[in-house]
Design a protein around this ligand. Structure first.
Ligand code: ADP
Ligand code: GLC
Length: 482
């Protein structure tokens, strides 16, 4: 089974968040299911720099642009790189310029990515042909539309990693997409008078998945459907949730090269060296109080604005707080104020550092994810694997991957963390309070850590579900063709 995945980022060559982790780790897990994936991403400068060996496998003109297609076997991934300097060779990140603003032609950049995806689906690359095309998020959504326009008869799946990003653009760009006029329609791209690349993917793919079963249910509601609830309800019969796994080789405290002292289930006490490393590296006043971390985009989605009000309570309880991330200037400002007020006890580190994320998982006692909504969330999975106890909002993937330490769960020995009501400062504080009380009881905490670290978050079961979905779609397709 050959899959063409179309996406806008892939770890370790380019990453802004969890999407990259999934795109970088799922193909390896699928290999053992007999599924070989080739992943199409834009050749941003950082991608060209990170993928040394590559060869040209195609030259084409797409949307009036000259495109070179490269193939690269890179960090265990089979990548196909869309090289179009006019659209991708620029400063900034995949989506934002170096002033933090959206690239003004993102519609064109990701339409081009999608059009190349459809071209590969139609013509293959050298003698390779995909059996399935899987589109990830809005950036790849138009692939389904370009495939339909060219009558390419291969099943497609769109995977929604975050419904908040819909690739919504003014209707005025529609003519430049080179799609049939009748695609500007409520059953295709048209979206409240604009167009949406994500909607095109949802309406025109054979199956729709999202990254946890809970989120698959939540997005059918008006509240979390974010304007797409009706569209998703119309695809309900083909919508499912498959929870993300993690790359257990990269996120493994026994072998992690970024941490101070490797450790495992049998040697949890050696985390202490990592706690001390965290104190040193982040400039925390050394002590026995719990170290609480946030490793996140600093945005409203992630509920980071709920934190500043609970900082005084955290400090009163003798705990310390480290926040690492980038995001909304207002949220950052609120946190920076707290850091100034509580020097040595609250540290805010602005930036994105893979290395720091690993060390914080290894050396923190608690990791908080106060998201208002969370399709899956990977940070809590990394935290569990490293024995850092997660405090999470009861939503999306967070709700189903962390088992709250209520009395019943503790008695049954299954608790792995703490949950609270999304958006509630009071409930967040109560969860922190419960966690810090448990932290004071060394035996109870150790039991929680052991249970957390034992949890299986590998890709095994989920890769199996994707493989089954691919087979089901190709079988159904063959039946309807024959
Ligand atoms: P999302 O993709 O919505 O941001 P996820 O929890 O799925 O949320 O994934 C976030 C990913 O980004 C994780 O790999 C996490 O470690 C990483 N990450 C987030 N913020 C930072 C940061 N400031 N530095 C390093 N890694 C970060
Ligand atoms: C998105 C979601 C996050 C999910 C990630 C990978 O960024 O916000 O919840 O874990 O995609 O699927």
């Amino acid at each position: 089974m050959a899959v063409l995945a179309v996406a806008s980022e892939a770890f370790p060559v380019v990453k802004t968040g969890g999407l990259a982790d999934v795109i970088g780790s799922l193909p390896k897990a699928l290999l053992s299911q007999g599924v070989a994936t080739r992943t199409l991403i834009p050749a941003y400068p950082i991608v060209l720099a990170n993928c040394g060996d590559k060869e040209v496998v195609g030259q084409m003109s797409v949307l009036g642009e000259n495109v070179t297609l490269w193939a690269s076997h890179c960090h265990g991934l089979e990548l196909l790189l869309v090289d179009c300097p006019a659209l991708f060779d620029r400063r900034g990140g995949p989506y934002l310029d170096d002033q933090g603003k959206d690239h003004p032609d993102n519609w064109r950049r990701f339409a081009l990515l999608s059009a190349v995806g459809a071209r590969i689906a139609a013509e293959g690359v050298e003698d390779w042909r995909p059996d399935i095309v899987q589109l990830h998020d809005w950036q790849a959504g138009l692939t389904a539309a370009y495939m339909r326009a060219a009558s390419v008869d291969i099943p497609t799946i769109i995977t929604i990693h975050n419904l908040a990003f819909q690739g919504q653009f003014p209707a005025s760009v529609f003519p430049a997409l080179g799609l049939p006029d009748h695609f500007f329609h409520v059953n295709a791209l048209e979206y409240y008078g604009d167009i949406s690349f994500l909607k095109a993917g949802i309406r025109m793919s054979d199956a729709v998945t999202t990254v946890s079963p809970t989120y698959a249910r939540e997005i059918l509601s008006e509240e979390l459907g974010m304007g797409m609830a009706g569209v998703l309800q119309s695809r309900r019969s083909v919508l499912s949730g498959i929870v993300n796994g993690i790359d257990e080789d990269i996120w493994n405290p026994l072998t992690d090269p970024y941490i101070d002292q490797n450790y495992g289930l049998e040697t949890i006490e050696q985390r202490q060296a990592n706690r001390e490393a965290v104190e040193r590296v982040f400039g925390l006043t050394p002590g026995d109080g719990a170290i609480i971390s946030i490793i996140s985009r600093l945005t409203w989605q992630k509920g980071i604005d709920l934190l500043a009000p609970v900082v005084p309570g955290i400090i009163d309880r003798g705990a310390r707080l480290i926040v690492i991330g980038e995001g909304d200037p207002n949220i950052v400002h609120g946190l920076a104020e707290q850091a100034q007020m509580h020097s040595g006890r609250v540290v805010v580190h602005l930036g994105f550092s893979e290395e720091s994320a690993h060390l914080l998982h290894a050396g923190s006692d608690i990791v908080i994810q106060p998201s208002r909504f969370e399709p899956c969330g990977l940070t809590q999975l990394y935290a569990l694997r490293y024995g850092a106890i997660p405090i999470v909002a009861r939503t999306g993937g967070l709700a189903e991957t962390v088992i709250d330490a209520n009395e019943a769960a503790i008695a049954a020995g299954v608790a792995t963390g703490f949950q609270f009501r999304p958006g509630s400062i009071e409930d967040l504080y109560n969860a922190i309070d419960r966690a810090l009380t448990t932290f004071e009881n060394v035996r109870s905490w150790h039991r929680l850590q052991t249970q957390a670290m034992r949890t299986d978050f590998g890709w095994g079961r989920s890769a199996d579900r994707y493989a089954r979905l691919y087979r089901q779609l190709t079988r159904r397709h063959a039946d309807s063709a024959g």
